[in-house]
Design a protein around this ligand. Structure first.
Ligand code: HCA
Ligand code: CU
Length: 400
């Protein structure tokens, strides 16, 4: 079974403007734990003492998920992480040619020595610590550098090697740039050296390919996949948690592995506290993800939802819904009347048609029509209009 590492609290908090308080981090971690993610990466305690506090608290909360800290390849960073009582430590250090030359100004040998030193230190401090080493920007680094650094790291005690597509460079179907190629090659090269770490993947979404790259890695046998709530993260973010889980289930993972009915609560909470709204047409979690609108669609789904749906909203504890507007047809009004408990009005064809015409007029304001609130108002106007003592025809005076 593939494992999920959620990094909403680390990568997600690297979204410009996003800040989660320690209390909010705890709530998010609890939702993630209820959903059933395997590892929760909380942050780097060396960045801020409040992050350290959040990691400590979440580590002590008795969650099922492993709780992790992120760390530069530095002893003092590792020390701070271990002080927080984590189960998991992610250490990253790039071995790309350009980074070694232009930023660190060191040779690969020196970089590898540094990695060995830091990993050895971490393992000595805490024998049961799960350690991940990430050759940052893996897919733009020479594969021989990656294999050399990863081999040394595993020999020094690392359990997981993460392939990071730090800049969203990877692309499926490409012979040397696909995640499939990287997972296969790394497994093979390390296996040839008698090394069998777990392989993780971290896919950025700069070209909109994060999800497909993650699925490509899954197909190649990746053991752990990184995600965040709403796909938050640096620049265009990384893989979205809900989208990944739905696709993994689609590709054969057991639905019971995850409690998807908590997804909406998590997303609403994260959206509210990150002050980033979820676009309505977002797959899985958007307001319209299971909403049917145009006349032909509504008429068909009224008979069988699958006619316009390949996903079952029940797996998320949701139901599909209906929207009213310019594109609506007769059936939509009938269904909407039933929805608000006025199904008996649907018997009156003339009334249904009048309501439909009214809805089309209102729709011109260009914002969604609230069925629960506005449909009863429309009905009242019509009954006033039809009443013998009414003054004039309300249909004309209803403000839109
Ligand atoms: C970062 C870069 C990183 C690290 C991933 C990892 C990336 O923001 O520090 O440590 O596994 O995309 O390479 O997120
Ligand atoms: Cu990243």
């Amino acid at each position: 079974m593939v494992q999920i590492l959620d990094s909403t609290l680390r990568e997600g908090e690297q979204t410009p403007g996003v800040y989660f308080s320690p209390d909010q981090k705890m709530v998010i971690a609890q939702f993630l734990d209820q959903i059933g993610v395997d590892i929760i990466e909380v942050g780097n305690p060396a960045v801020d003492s409040e992050i350290a506090l959040a990691i400590k608290r979440i580590s002590q909360a008795g969650l099922n998920a492993k709780i992790g800290a992120h760390s530069l390849c530095k002893i003092d960073n590792v020390r701070k992480a271990l002080d927080c009582g984590v189960d998991f430590l992610g250490i990253f250090f790039s071995v790309s040619k350009k980074r070694l030359q232009q930023d660190y100004n060191i040779h690969l040998d020196v970089a590898i020595e540094k990695i060995i030193e830091v990993v050895t230190f971490a393992k000595e401090q805490q024998h049961d610590l799960l350690i991940r080493y990430t050759p940052e920007d893996t897919v733009r680094s020479p594969i021989e550098n990656v294999v050399a650094a990863a081999s040394a790291a595993v020999k020094a005690g690392v359990n997981i090697i993460s392939i990071a597509d730090t800049t969203g460079y990877s692309t499926p179907f490409h012979p040397q740039r696909s995640m499939y190629f990287y997972v296969k090659t790394l497994k093979e090269e390390l296996g040839n050296r008698g090394l069998y770490p777990q392989i993780e993947v971290h896919c950025h979404n700069d070209k909109g390919l994060a999800l497909v790259n993650a699925l490509d890695a899954y197909r190649a046998g990746a053991d752990i996949i990184d995600v965040t709530t709403m796909g938050l993260g640096e620049r265009a973010g990384i893989v979205d948690l809900a989208e990944l889980l739905i696709n993994l289930i689609d590709m054969g993972e057991a639905e019971k592995n995850w409690q998807l009915n908590y997804i909406d609560d998590l997303y609403n909470f994260v959206s509210q506290h990150s002050h980033i709204s979820i676009p309505p047409h977002t797959p899985i979690t958007g307001k319209n993800a299971f909403t049917h609108y145009a006349g032909v669609h509504v008429k068909a789904v009224a008979k069988n939802q699958q006619l316009y749906q390949s996903l079952d909203p029940h797996i998320l504890g949701k139901k599909s819904s209906l929207a009213l507007g310019m594109q609506s047809g007769y059936t939509a009004v009938e269904l909407a009347l039933k929805q608000i408990g006025r199904g008996e009005l649907a018997e009156n064809k003339d009334l249904v048609n009048k309501i439909l015409q009214k809805i089309k007029v209102i729709a011109k304001r260009g914002t969604p029509i609230d069925i629960e609130k506005e449909l009863p108002e429309i009905i009242v106007r019509f009954s006033v209009a039809n009443h013998p003592h009414s003054l004039g025809n309300e249909i004309c005076t209803f403000s839109v």
